[in-house]
Write a protein that binds this ligand. Sequence first.
Ligand SMILES: Nc1nc2c(ncn2[C@@H]2O[C@H](COP(=O)(O)OP(=O)(O)OP(=O)(O)O)[C@@H](O)[C@H]2O)c(=O)[nH]1
Length: 560
Amino acid sequence: MDAEKKLNIAAGLVFVLILLIAVVPYRASLSTRATVVELGRIQNREEKFEQLIDALRDAETGQRGFLITAKDSYLEPYHVALGEIPDARGALLQMVQAQPQELAALEEIFRMVDLKLKDMAHMIEVRRAKGLAMAEPVIAVERGKEYMDALRQLIAVQQAHLANRRGELRQELERKSQDAFAVEVGATVANLLLLALLMVAMTRVLKARQATAALVQETANTLGRSAAEAERRNVQMEVSAEMLQALGSISSAAETSRIIASYCAKLLPGMSGTVYLYRSSRDLLEAQASWGGNSSSVEQLEPKDCWALQRGRAHATRNAGDLCCAHYAQQAVFPVGRLCIPLVTQGEVIGLIYFEGLAEDEASLKAQQQMLDRLTEQIALALSNVRLRETLRMQSIIDPLTGLFNRRYMDETLKRELGRTERKGLPLSLIVLDLDHFKRVNDTFGHDAGDLLLKSVANQVRDNIRGSDLACRFGGEELVLILPECDLATALERAERIRVAIASIDLLHAGQRRAAPTASFGVSQFPLHGADATALLKAADQALYRAKHSGRNRVVEAKP
Ligand SMILES: Nc1nc2c(ncn2[C@@H]2O[C@H](COP(=O)(O)OP(=O)(O)OP(=O)(O)O)[C@@H](O)[C@H]2O)c(=O)[nH]1
């Protein structure tokens, strides 16, 4: 049974008990009231007896006056008294109706009253009719006095009896009043006790209800927080999944960092940060991307500047007294929490993520740190995948011996660059170069020496072209250079510069200085020598052929 039901039952019981308790003083008061009424009746009877005796006395006085004077005026009190006596008699009779003993005594009194009245009436009659002289013998008999004395005695007995009874009733009334007072006090105390008990029970139930309400509220709050947290995690998971999907299709580290920064801004509202990657020399880490607008960390840092990199695990700075990393651009201001987590993939540290603006309370911080750890792992994995894709792509487009682009890449690029320059209305030049008598180098010094020479030539070529130009190994010892937005004159000049550079290669093989190699060049220009890649290559190749046949080690321009 729940507390509220119990309380209702208790309240009902208290109500019934209060009602029962109220009956006791009520009954006591009824009994007291009956005594009071009885007392009133006794007093009334006493008064009526007094009235009767007074009336007889008045009648006697009036009669006596008449007997002496024979004046009717003296009979006035006599007549008044005669009028009062029946009232008193009637009232007395009514009062003793149900009491046979009393009734008998009363009848005796009335008999005596009648005798007295009769005697008085007789004497008045005699005096009126026969005069004083005739009345005196009747008066002398003094029968009226006898009647009156007997009557007084009878009434005195009754009055004594009534006085007795009155005394008893007074005592009874006093006792009943005391009892009624005690009962009243007892009932009041009992009522107060019951009400106090009820109040205690109500207070308990109220407190229990308040505690339950507080518990319900707390539970609701906790559920609300959990739901919000679950919702937040859900959103984070969705954004993370979106980020991983976006990163899955990217092959450049720069684009990857940009995407990471943009998703971190979404995933970590209120936080800022920077992604750092090791340079290939591994002496420095460079900031690749930042988010949050106010990441207070430097653009470049050395591994020794970061405690996370030094220790190989996450490092947080939250309170004054924590170890601060040297790469914080500004003095750490607390309580702004900072966290550095190394980017580790396949056991290798490839960089670092710096987070700023950690949660302040311990519970949120723990959850946040776990989330940042997971995020960092995902980012490290994504970066590692990008690097792998980059490596694979480089392997597919780079010639491993010379480090120049391969023929397949050259074909793609030449077509693309021709389209672009054509749209812009700009020229594009091609240089085809072929080493002279390369077979002899191989035959004389061996294949390794030939390889070495090819590498040296590739380096010279790379050093003498612009960043936007493209050097490819077309096959064997033949190279093709694509020079976008470059006219024929400039291309011829560039070819000549490369020819001189190759001729100046200081070739040291097996401890011996070898004769400098030479190369022949054919140069063509779009759209002057061809409208497409094939025509342009063919024109340059024919120019190269002519260079070979006219003595090698020279630059020849294609024929229009
Ligand atoms: N060491 C080395 N030799 C190569 C490589 N690719 C092609 N060759 C050699 O380059 C030589 C090319 O010889 P040829 O086409 O006769 O031409 P050349 O000897 O340079 O004579 P000219 O071109 O007429 O001046 C061949 O002996 C090939 O074996 C390579 O990757 N490494």
